[in-house]
Design a protein around this ligand. Structure first.
Ligand code: NDP
Length: 333
């Protein structure tokens, strides 16, 4: 039973040495617990915050302790959970091949409905983030121009498509020509901007959205966000979902730097956290499943093989290795 521990708290950019692979016993289930054999592990940008000691919305990981993360896997043993051995479940796990989890924290996953990996992506937390972020925070109207950053990623790709379903024109920022092609061709955005080949982000927005930006769904922050702020339209709304460009910063950046625009444009900015919408998760999953099934919502996954490569999969989020949801295949079914 291989598992990863946090060996060290990184300063700035984390590296492979911050992760320690150990071998440990397969756990026995305690009362009310199931032992899950991990099939897929989710690596997510918010985990960078858990590597730090400081307080955040997710508790810091402890140095020398296993890393936590969402998994989908197979029940191999249980004690009083009502779950059957062999059942596929998703829930909070660890970066490990086997993990004991409280039965009530596990959700059954029906492998006949969709590939089980989607329970960590489009049908899981990232999909719900896009759903609530767009529908409850960004609230695009038909004809609005919506800009999404991290557009080829798990949340961004879904957010742009959900905004398009509301009748908006959608522009996505992504970090390579290949990603821009996927954003335009597969995810159906009206335009994609490769931020890696231009410094003039505002000029690139002007070309595709000459009337300005009505809604901004921000996953990355930093200089791209400065540029989008400078192009906000009157009464614009900004949904702050993530700031991945800042997660490895050693010092808090000054700014946001374009707040004057908010005055001029009477714009509003709102941050949100998907977990606040917990009571409505079932509604989100039901709606997103129907969209996926009917083909109006496309998704992508990038799968890194083998638990020992989990740190690389995680670190790759910060260099943009992934298209769509980044997963680690830990076991075969
Ligand atoms: P993604 O699948 O989008 O992966 C991260 C992507 O971010 C990379 O592929 C990369 O794409 C891009 N990126 C990395 N560094 C930079 C940078 N410096 N500038 C611009 N882009 C960068 O991850 P998720 O979909 O899981 O998460 C997206 C965002 O949403 C994150 O900020 C995350 O923290 C946030 N989030 C917020 C939630 C909430 O409840 N508020 C819940 C879930 C996620 P590229 O090649 O285009 O650079």
């Amino acid at each position: 039973n291989h598992a990863f521990l946090l060996s060290d708290r990184p300063e700035g950019e984390p590296d492979r040495d911050d992760f320690d692979l150990i071998e440990r016993e397969v756990p026995d289930p305690g009362p009310g617990e199931a032992v899950v054999r991990t099939l897929f592990l989710s690596v997510d940008p918010y985990m960078r915050g858990r590597m730090d000691a400081g307080e955040s919305y997710a508790d810091p990981w402890a140095v020398g302790e296993p890393l936590q993360g969402a998994v989908v896997g197979e029940v191999v043993a249980e004690s009083g959970t009502g779950l059957e051995e062999g059942a596929v479940v998703a829930g909070p796990g660890e970066w490990a091949e086997y993990v004991a989890v409280s039965g009530h924290r596990l959700q059954p996953v029906d492998p006949d409905v969709a590939p089980i990996s989607t329970s960590l992506g489009v049908l899981g937390m990232p999909g719900r983030t896009a759903y609530f972020g767009v529908r409850e925070i960004a609230k695009p109207r038909a004809g609005d121009t919506v800009v999404v950053t991290g557009a080829a990623g798990a949340v961004g790709s879904a957010a742009g498509q959900i905004a398009a379903l509301q009748g908006a024109n959608v522009v996505g920022f992504a970090g390579s020509d290949r990603k821009v092609e996927v954003v335009e061709e597969e995810f159906g955005f009206d335009a994609g901007i490769n931020y890696a080949t231009t410094d003039d982000y505002a000029g690139a927005i002007d070309e595709v959205a000459p009337d300005g930006v009505d809604v901004y769904f921000d996953n990355v922050g930093g200089p791209i966000t400065d540029a989008v702020f400078s192009r906000l339209a009157l009464d614009a709304r900004v949904a702050v979902c993530g700031q991945i460009s800042q997660y490895n910063a050693e010092e808090a950046p000054t700014g946001p730097r374009k707040l004057g625009t908010l005055i001029e444009k009477r714009a509003s900015v709102e941050g949100f956290l998907v977990s606040d919408f917990q009571p409505r998760f079932e509604e989100a999953t039901r709606t997103i499943s129907a969209w996926v099934e009917s083909g109006v919502l496309q998704y992508r996954e990038t799968v890194v093989e083998d638990i020992e490569n989990a740190p690389d999969a995680f670190l790759g989020l910060f260099s943009g290795e992934n298209v769509g949801k980044q997963l680690v295949r830990v076991g075969e079914r």
